[in-house]
Design a protein around this ligand. Structure first.
Ligand code: BG6
Length: 485
């Protein structure tokens, strides 16, 4: 018989629990993927009974679950949820939780998944208390620790945090979340590249001109001003999500679908990214801030925090030598839209006449990560006519929603929670990966925060960001437009 599983959520009264974690566990339950004896216990300082906690989160879970919400299955699922009011940074708080867990496990041991859905300043305290109380010991079942981002704010703090974690947990007990890796379309990058023979031979400096990665958000900062103003887009989106997508795009074939093989290949890409000097960094980025950001609650009146950035990075290895990767992300833009563009080189010679003032658009593969997940291959065609060779680019498209009608794309957290329950760590970040990602971003962030750094370029809400972001490209190239949806 397998030991009973308890998912312990620290920070249970926070938004993430009700908006993402509980809805994900609920859906796993509906799909029959949660082990039968699974219990979920929310932990935070607020005084709730089990019943009040369930009632408090229910409206948000319902909203987040959308069409998959059904009262009957929820009532069944909600019986799994309990609540322990405790300050997990204090020994007595952790002892209270431990006593609850031991009681629930009938003192026979059990599997425990600890989820730190708390502010990053609480990670060291809670992890240390868990260690001191012996709650890290694999006693009758595994002990796993899931950690949310942000993981540090630079390389040094990430390393310090890793050291604290490693005092109490081994690396294979630690699951560091980057929820972009949980997105089906990000995992599909690997399938697209390595389950097809067509693309991989072209996936290198001989045929590709450059790569663009865009993560555009329509939302503005809203209530997150206090956090965001000390973080900025470079820490919030680049160090984590965008570098992870870049590593998936650029890595070599991992040969096996195992956590270590995949992460080894991703680390090799990160290790090959040229770390810019401060001077290079200044020239390889464009920063922006949306109009009105400084008036958001919690934001400084003279804040220079960028809400938009476009950055150019180079990978120094055989496959990618000389091929720029252009990365951009921003808030308050005209759409929530994430895509990867593989821009191929022009044909070496063109015998067809071009219309006056037109240049040839060379081939492009666009992987739309969200929403309207799709893949487009753009290529030249002959416009039908009896007397000319007029060229026009057209798309060959694959749209997830059409190809897999009636099949809902899983939410990132469903996949990640299930993987952590099952001990599958491929989609979580290893300590070396995270530290190297910071090492790449540190000089870029430092250059953006120099006392004499210019103000970020102002851009209008609902725009495509500052126009000068096209200045990163060589002549004749530019960002693909962010498509409103
Ligand atoms: C989070 C960032 O990690 O990702 C947020 O902290 C951002 O600022 C969010 O809005 C974007 O995630 P998604 O899945 O909505 O693209």
């Amino acid at each position: 018989m397998t030991a009973p599983l308890t998912v312990v959520i620290f920070g249970a009264s926070g938004d993430l629990t009700a908006r993402k974690l509980i809805p994900a566990l609920y859906r796993l339950d509906v799909l029959g993927l949660l082990p039968d004896e699974t219990k979920i216990v929310g932990v935070s300082r607020r005084e709730y009974t089990d019943e009040v906690f369930r009632e408090t989160i229910q409206p948000m879970v319902k909203q987040s679950s959308g069409i998959s919400w059904l009262q009957g299955p929820w009532t069944q699922f909600a019986k799994r949820i309990s609540y322990v009011s405790a300050d997990a940074e204090k020994p007595e708080g952790i002892q209270k939780l431990n006593a609850w867990l031991q009681n629930r496990e009938n003192n026979q041991g059990g599997r425990r998944l600890y989820y730190l859905s708390v502010g990053p300043e609480l990670y060291p305290g809670i992890v240390t208390r868990l260690g001191e109380a012996g709650m890290n010991k694999e006693d009758g079942g595994y002990r796993r620790l899931i950690i949310e981002k942000p993981f540090g704010r630079d390389r040094r703090s990430a390393r310090d945090l890793n050291n604290i974690l490693h005092q109490h947990f081994t690396e294979d007990q630690i699951y560091r979340i980057d929820h972009y890796l949980g997105k089906d379309t990000v995992q599909n990058i690997m399938v697209f590249r390595f389950a097809n023979t067509l693309f991989e031979p072209l996936w290198n400096h001989k045929y590709i001109d450059h790569v663009q990665i865009t993560v555009s958000e329509k939302v503005v900062i809203g209530k997150r001003g206090a956090f965001y103003d000390t973080t900025g887009v470079l820490r919030d989106m680049f160090q984590s999500h965008i570098l992870q997508v870049m590593a998936m795009l650029a890595m070599e074939y991992p040969t096996r679908l195992t956590a270590e093989r995949i992460r080894n290949e991703k680390v090799k890409v990160l290790e090959s990214i040229r770390i810019p000097t401060m001077e290079d960094a200044k020239k390889s980025m464009v920063l922006g801030q949306y109009t009105g950001y400084r008036k958001e609650p919690g934001v400084g009146a003279n804040s220079k925090t960028p809400t938009y950035a476009a950055v150019k990075l180079m990978i120094e290895n055989w496959r990618w030598q000389g091929i720029p990767f252009y990365l951009r992300s921003g808030k308050g833009l005209n759409a929530r839209y994430s895509e990867v563009v593989i821009q191929f080189q022009r044909p070496p010679h063109l015998m067809f006449p071009l219309q006056k003032g037109h240049s040839l658009e060379s081939n492009r593969i666009t992987l739309v990560l969200q929403p309207n997940d799709s893949i487009r291959l753009n290529f030249q065609t002959k416009v039908p006519s009896v007397d000319s060779y007029r060229l026009e680019p057209q798309d060959l498209s694959f749209v997830y929603g059409q190809a897999y009608q009636g099949q809902q794309l899983p939410e990132a957290y469903e996949r990640l929670l299930l993987d952590a329950i099952q001990g599958e760590a491929s989609l979580f970040m290893r300590s070396d990966e995270i530290e190297r990602a910071w090492e790449i971003m540190d000089p870029i962030i430092a250059a953006s925060e120099l006392a004499d750094a210019p103000d970020p370029n102002e851009y209008a809400i609902n725009s495509q960001g500052p126009e000068c972001a096209n200045g990163l490209f060589s002549e004749g190239q530019s960002w693909q437009p962010i498509v409103p949806n």
